[in-house]
Design a protein around this ligand. Structure first.
Ligand code: R5P
Length: 310
C-alpha cells in the first residue's frame, strides 16, 4: 500500500499517513511556468495498492487536474490498484439538470476520474448520495458525523434541536438527531435566488428557547447558513451553533457569518482551513477526519467492510 498526496491538502494526506504509521508515497508535483502541472512518482509502485488524497476544493480545476495527472502517472507506473481519496468532491452540487441546457458536471468529473485510471473512489459527505451512482467502479462513502457528534456530545446541551437549513439536508439532520440520542429536529425552508443569494421561508419545528445546532454538508459563501442562523434567532433560539462537514468559506462567507455571529462554527479538515482568515469574534473549531479516512483506507486495502465504521 502507498498513500500519495497532491498539493490540494498535503496536511491531511500526511495526517492520514501519520495515523497509519506509514511514510507518504514519494512524488514530485509542480507546475511549469505556463501553469501546466508536472508530476513524477518517485516510488516504485508496480503492483501496489495506491491511494491519492486530493480534495477537489479551491482552486477546484487545478486540484482536479492535478489528481487526474497523478492517477495517470500511477497507472503508467503499473500501480496494481488506484483509489482516489476525495474528502471533498468539487462540482458535487452540479448533479442534475435543474433547467434546460445545463451540464451535469458531477458526472463529468466521475467520467474523468475513471478515464484517467481510477479503480476505486473514497469520498466523504457527498452533497447528494446519488453521485455514488455516477461511478460504475466501487465507491466508499464516509461520514464526518461521528467525529462531529463526539464533539457535540461534550457540550451537554439541555434542550438541543438539530436544524436542517433546507429540505435537502433533512436526512443528514435526522441522522444527527439519532446519533445525539434522539434530539428533536426542525427544517427551514430555503429558496435560492442565485448561486450565492438565499431566501429563507418558514420553519417546520420548534426552536423557541432551544439550543439550535444547524447542520449541513458545506458552507461555501455562507448565504444558506447565515440566513438559517438569523431565522433560528428570529424564531426564539436560546443559542445557535453550526456544524458542517466541508468548510469552504468562500468570500463573503466570513463577513456573513460574523454578522449573524453563531456561538460556534464546527467543521472538519476535509479541506484546508486558514485560521488567519477567521474573524477574531468567530469561534471556529476544526475537527480532524484523518483517523476516519485512515481507517477506511486500511479497510479497503485489507478487503474489510468500510460500512462497519458507521
Ligand atoms: C445546498 O444545498 C448545500 O447543502 C449548502 O447549503 C450550500 O451549497 C452552501 O452554499 P452557500 O454557503 O454558498 O450558501
Amino acid at each position: 500500500m502507498r498513500i500519495f498526496t497532491g498539493r490540494a491538502h498535503p496536511q491531511l494526506g500526511f495526517a492520514i499517513c501519520k495515523h497509519l504509521g506509514v511514510t507518504p508515497g514519494l512524488c514530485e508535483v509542480g507546475s511549469f511556468s505556463d501553469s501546466e502541472i508536472n508530476v513524477r512518482i518517485l516510488d516504485d509502485v508496480r503492483g501496489l495498492d495506491a491511494f491519492v488524497v486530493q480534495p477537489t476544493c479551491l482552486p477546484v480545476n487545478d486540484n482536479l487536474m492535478e489528481l487526474l495527472i497523478m492517477v495517470d502517472a500511477l497507472r503508467r507506473a503499473s500501480a496494481g490498484r488506484i483509489t482516489a481519496v476525495l474528502p471533498y468532491y468539487g462540482y458535487a452540487r452540479q448533479d442534475r439538470k435543474h433547467e434546460g441546457r445545463v451540464p451535469i458536471t458531477a458526472k463529468l468529473v466521475a467520467n474523468l476520474l475513471v478515464e484517467a485510471g481510477v479503480n476505486r473512489v473514497l469520498c466523504m459527505d457527498l452533497h447528494a448520495q446519488q453521485i455514488q451512482g455516477f461511478f460504475d467502479i466501487p465507491m466508499d462513502h464516509l461520514y464526518a458525523r461521528p467525529v462531529i457528534v463526539r464533539y457535540l456530545r461534550q457540550k451537554q446541551f439541555a434542550a438541543p434541536v438539530v436544524v436542517s437549513p433546507d429540505v435537502g439536508s433533512a436526512k443528514m439532520a435526522l441522522a444527527f438527531c439519532q446519533a445525539l440520542g434522539g434530539a428533536e429536529m426542525a427544517i427551514i425552508e430555503k429558496r435560492r435566488s442565485s448561486g450565492s443569494e438565499i431566501e429563507h421561508g418558514f420553519v417546520i419545528g420548534n426552536l423557541r428557547d432551544r439550543d439550535v445546532i444547524i447542520v449541513d454538508d458545506m458552507i461555501s459563501t455562507a448565504g444558506s447558513m447565515a440566513s438559517a442562523v438569523a431565522i433560528a434567532r428570529q424564531n426564539g433560539a436560546k443559542s445557535v451553533m453550526v456544524a458542517v462537514s466541508h468548510g469552504l468559506f468562500v468570500k463573503p462567507a466570513w463577513e456573513r457569518l460574523a454578522e449573524v455571529a453563531p456561538v460556534e462554527i464546527v467543521t472538519t479538515d476535509t479541506v484546508p482551513q486558514h485560521a488567519q482568515e477567521t474573524p477574531p469574534d468567530v469561534k471556529l473549531t476544526v475537527l480532524s477526519v484523518a483517523p476516519t479516512l485512515a481507517e477506511a483506507i486500511v479497510r479497503i486495502h485489507r478487503n474489510q467492510s468500510v460500512s462497519a465504521l458507521f
